[in-house]
Design a protein around this ligand. Structure first.
Ligand code: HAM
Length: 412
């Protein structure tokens, strides 16, 4: 029996780097005043579908199923729809606004697995819900940039665009359709279909035959309404002030349907191609309403932890792989009770494991070396009777007799 296609185990040897990424994420988010939220991995299929009918993650890649009670459910492909639901259901809308939230957890998309793309993957998701200030757009981008810098991935390319809102986008989409209609026969199949239903996606198309037409396509940032144009200017001014570099990408539209105004994606510098995105997000002022709640603005981003940790490994980001147990207690057979007690005493100060394997002391010392423990406590029957043990410093090789009760002080 093997793991399901597209799903993978993260083994203890790799978890260290994940822990560094997750801990830094939680630290940075808290420093910006964001609190952790956990929402279920299963949501009503309708919640997910309502907010993203035209999106690949929903239309083609959704894990959708019925439970034994006939409920139509989905494994969440992303977190935003569920976090917005929880914001209302948990009455966070009645607290001072905006609600600043972050979540770390698994997402599921039935896409073609490859390096950096999995069917179960993990996201850091950050959301500011209930505020419309463009300062929040810049704030979530600053969180992403700060976090990535702190885990050694500061060398980024940040792409930024505005895709307008319900007021100005329809007129722009008409312009875009009018531009593309005479070119329809030269576009690839998906783009021909999307031309009428969701022409914005034509700008995001990566198929070579569609590329030459983009350059002359009308740009949405030239057709924003007054409010969107003001927000677009404000976000860029705020990013400049924060010292965050970005590139205006007029073709950036993002894969999910719910975005309004600011959209952004970040990549490792020197790379291209959408599957390498380390993260992305934007403003979604229409999402709450699409879910059937009162209209409420929001902005956020998500970043794929699988990709981030892979990058950390590639760039050799400094991760000190702390040994699981700083101290290993080695005892002769028959001394299990004493060994467990010594471990219990040491544990008040430091992480400890006991080697209970029935093997020679020499073999146990070899394991201790492999595990990278800093200390070894050697226990013999005669010493156990006197409540003393040999404490060995694995780096220096020094060894001394220490009373059990003095161990925590010696180890701390
Ligand atoms: P997204 O761009 O669909 O946005 O996903 C965000 C990030 O998740 C991607 O940039 C990538 O790093 C990672 N990711 C996506 N699919 C996979 C996969 N199959 N395997 C590994 N990593 C993957 C969202 O999900 C939005 N909810 C972001 C957001 C939050 N917008 C506003 N708030």
């Amino acid at each position: 029996m093997r793991a399901v296609r597209g799903m993978r185990d993260i083994l203890p040897k790799d978890r260290g780097i994940w822990r560094v990424a997750e801990k830094a994420a939680a630290d940075v988010a808290r420093r910006f005043g964001y609190e952790e939220i956990v929402t279920p991995v299963i949501e009503a299929a309708e919640l997910i579908e309502r907010v993203g009918e035209d999106t690949d993650a929903v239309a083609k890649e959704l894990y959708r199923f019925e439970d034994r009670g006939g409920r139509k459910l989905a494994l969440r492909p992303e977190a935003t729809a569920g976090v917005v639901r929880a914001y209302f259901e948990g009455h966070l809308n009645q607290l001072p606004q905006p609600a600043r939230l972050f979540l770390i957890g698994p997402m599921f998309r039935y896409n073609r697995p490859q390096k950096g793309r999995y069917r179960q993957f993990f996201q850091l998701d950050v959301e500011a819900i209930g505020g419309e200030s463009p300062a929040l757009d810049a704030e979530v981008i600053e969180i992403a940039a700060t976090w990535l810098r702190e885990i050694g991935l500061g060398d980024l390319r940040m792409d930024l665009n505005s895709i307008g809102d319900a007021k100005c986008r329809p007129a722009y989409l008409d312009l875009l359709r009018a531009y593309y209609r005479p070119l329809k026969d030269q576009l690839h199949g998906d783009c021909q279909r999307r031309l009428e239903s969701n022409p914005l996606l034509l700008l995001d198309c990566k198929v070579p035959q569609c590329q030459p037409f983009k350059v002359d396509a009308p740009r949405i940032t030239d057709h924003l309404c007054e409010e969107c144009a003001a927000a677009w200017t404000a976000v860029r001014r705020l990013l400049d002030a924060a010292g965050i570099e970005y590139r205006h990408d007029p073709y950036l539209v993002r894969g999910l349907d719910y975005y309004t105004r600011t959209v952004f994606e970040f990549y490792p510098a020197n790379r291209d191609g959408s599957q390498d995105a380390l993260g992305g997000g934007g403003r979604y002022d229409g999402l709450a309403e699409a879910e059937g709640w009162p209209a409420t603005p929001g902005v956020g981003f998500a970043s794929g932890l699988d990709r981030v940790t892979e990058m950390m490994k590639e760039t050799g980001a400094e991760v000190i792989a702390a040994p699981l147990a700083e101290v290993l207690v080695l005892a002769d057979a028959g001394l299990e009770v004493a060994a467990a007690e010594v471990a219990r005493i040491c544990r008040t100060a430091i992480s400890v494991a006991v080697d209970y394997e029935p093997k020679s002391l020499r073999a146990k010392m070899r394991s201790a070396n492999k595990l990278g423990s800093r200390w070894v406590v050697l226990l013999s029957a005669s010493e156990a009777g006197r409540r003393v043990a040999q404490l060995k410093n694995m780096a220096s090789g020094e060894q001394a007799e220490v009373a059990w009760d003095d161990l925590p002080a010696r180890l701390a």
